[in-house]
Design a protein around this ligand. Structure first.
Ligand code: NAD
Length: 358
C-alpha cells in the first residue's frame, strides 16, 4: 500500500542543454524584462562581462562581487548598482554563492531572476536563502527567492576543476540523500532523489578521468537539478543540521564540509531508515551507501576530515552543543553522545562505522 503524503510543486521554468547560454536573452525577454544586471564572483567576472556583451542592450551592468555565504554588505552594494542601473531583473552566472546574491536581491526588491548555474550545488532550484551578517548566518525559506528561470548549460561546467566538481556534487547528493528519509518525503522527490544520486555518483568519476567529458558533465548537471529540486521541496535532517551548525559556528568551507559529514550522517541513520538505505544502495550500486560515499570523496581527492579544514579538536564539544539545539526531524533519535562520536570520527577523517546495535 502506498504511504500517505502531501506534495507541493514549485513553479519554475528550466531550460537544459548545451550551448543554452545563448538563450539567456530570449528568457529575459520572455519574462517581459529589458534591463538585466549580471552577477558573478570576482573569479568569474570575465565570463559575466562576456555574457553582458552577448545580451547587448538587455544588460545594464555587471556586478562581479558575489561571495560565499551571501554577506549582507555585498548585497547592499549590489542593491546600489540595481538602483543606479535601474535594473528590472537579475541574471546570475555562477555557483551557489552567486545564486545566493541573486536571491538576496530578489528578497529585497521582488526582481525576477534568471540563474545560469556553473556548479552542482543546487541552490537555483530552492526557495532557500542563507545570509551572513556580523558573523551570524541565518537561513530562511521564502517563495520570493525562488528563481523564475534556470538555464543549465553543460558547457559552462567544463572549466569547473574536478575537486570543486566532487565537492559541489557531493553537496548535491547530500540534499537527495536526506530527501529519501525526510519527514515529508513523497513519491516525486524520492524518485528524483534516486535519479539525481545515481547520475552524479556515476558522472563524477568520469569527470575526474576527463574533465572535458561533456556527456559526464551533462549527466552531473542533470543530477544537480534533481538533487536541488529535492532540497527545495522537502525538509532536511541530521546531515544538514550538522552542516549548518559547523558552517555557521566555525565558518568551514561549505561544499567540502558537506562531503565530509555525509557518510557519517548516513551511518547514523542507517538502522532507522531502512527503506531509504535500500533506495540509496540501488542508486549507488553498493550495499553500503555510507562507505561508497566516503570512497567517492576520496576519489575526488577531497579532505577526509574536518581537521584538514582547520577545525580545532577542542571545538567539537561546542559543535555537538550547536547540533543539539533545535534539531531537525531525523529518522534516528538525536543523542548527544552519538553526535559527539560522529563529530570525532568526521574530524579524524575515519571511515564511518555503523552505530551500536546496527
Ligand atoms: P561557489 O559558488 O562559492 O563557487 C566556488 C568557486 O568556484 C567560486 O570562486 C566560483 O567563481 C568558482 N566557479 C564556479 N563555477 C565555476 C566554473 N564552472 N568554472 C570555474 N570556476 C567556477 O560554490 P558552490 O559550492 O556552488 O556554492 C556554495 C554556496 O552555495 C554556499 O554559500 C552555500 O551556502 C550555498 N548553497 C545554498 C543552497 C540553497 O538552497 N540556498 C544550496 C546549496 C548551496
Amino acid at each position: 500500500m502506498a504511504d500517505a503524503f502531501t506534495y507541493e510543486a514549485l513553479p519554475q521554468r528550466v531550460v537544459f542543454g548545451r550551448g543554452t547560454l545563448a538563450r539567456v536573452g530570449e528568457e529575459v525577454t520572455r519574462l517581459g524584462r529589458r534591463r538585466a544586471l549580471v552577477l558573478s564572483t570576482p573569479q568569474q567576472g570575465a565570463d559575466a562581462h562576456r555574457l553582458a556583451l552577448l545580451l547587448g542592450p538587455l544588460a545594464v551592468g555587471v556586478f562581479p562581487q558575489a561571495a560565499m555565504h551571501t554577506p549582507v554588505d555585498v548585497t547592499e552594494r549590489a542593491l546600489h548598482d540595481v538602483e543606479r542601473a535601474d535594473a528590472d531583473c537579475i541574471v546570475a552566472l555562477g555557483g551557489g554563492s552567486t545564486t545566493g546574491l541573486g536571491k538576496a536581491i530578489a528578497l529585497r526588491t521582488g526582481l525576477d531572476q534568471v540563474v545560469v548555474p556553473t556548479t552542482y550545488a543546487g541552490s537555483e532550484a530552492t526557495p532557500i536563502i542563507g545570509q551572513t551578517e556580523g558573523g551570524q548566518k541565518t537561513t530562511l525559506r521564502d517563495r520570493a527567492v525562488l528563481p523564475e528561470v534556470i538555464i543549465y548549460d553543460a558547457e559552462l561546467t567544463l572549466a569547473l576543476p574536478p575537486r570543486l566538481s566532487f565537492a559541489s556534487g557531493l553537496n548535491a547528493i547530500a540534499h537527495a540523500v536526506e530527501a529519501l528519509y525526510a519527514a515529508d518525503a513523497n513519491p516525486v522527490t524520492s524518485t528524483l532523489a534516486e535519479q539525481g544520486i545515481a547520475a552524479l555518483a556515476a558522472a563524477l568519476p568520469r569527470i575526474a578521468a576527463d574533465p572535458t567529458d561533456i556527456e559526464a558533465r551533462s549527466d552531473a548537471l542533470l543530477g544537480a537539478w534533481a538533487c536541488g529540486t529535492c532540497l527545495g521541496t522537502v525538509g532536511m535532517a541530521l546531515h544538514h543540521k550538522l552542516c549548518h551548525a559547523l558552517g555557521g559556528g566555525f565558518d568551514l568551507p561549505h561544499a567540502e564540509m558537506h562531503a565530509i559529514i555525509l557518510p557519517h550522517a548516513l551511518a547514523y541513520n542507517r538502522a532507522a531508515a531502512p527503506r531509504a538505505m535500500t533506495r540509496l544502495a540501488h542508486a549507488l550500486g553498493s550495499p553500503d551507501p555510507a562507505a561508497r560515499l566516503f570512497q567517492l570523496a576520496r576519489d575526488g581527492r577531497l579532505p577526509a576530515g574536518l581537521r584538514a579544514l582547520g577545525l580545532a579538536e577542542a571545538a567539537l564539544d561546542r559543535a555537538a552543543d550547536l547540533a543539539m539545539a533545535s534539531p531537525y526531524p531525523n529518522p534516528a533519535p538525536i543523542e548527544r553522545a552519538r553526535i559527539r562520536q560522529l563529530l570525532q570520527a568526521a574530524w579524524e577523517g575515519r571511515e564511518p562505522v555503523p552505530a551500536d546495535g546496527d
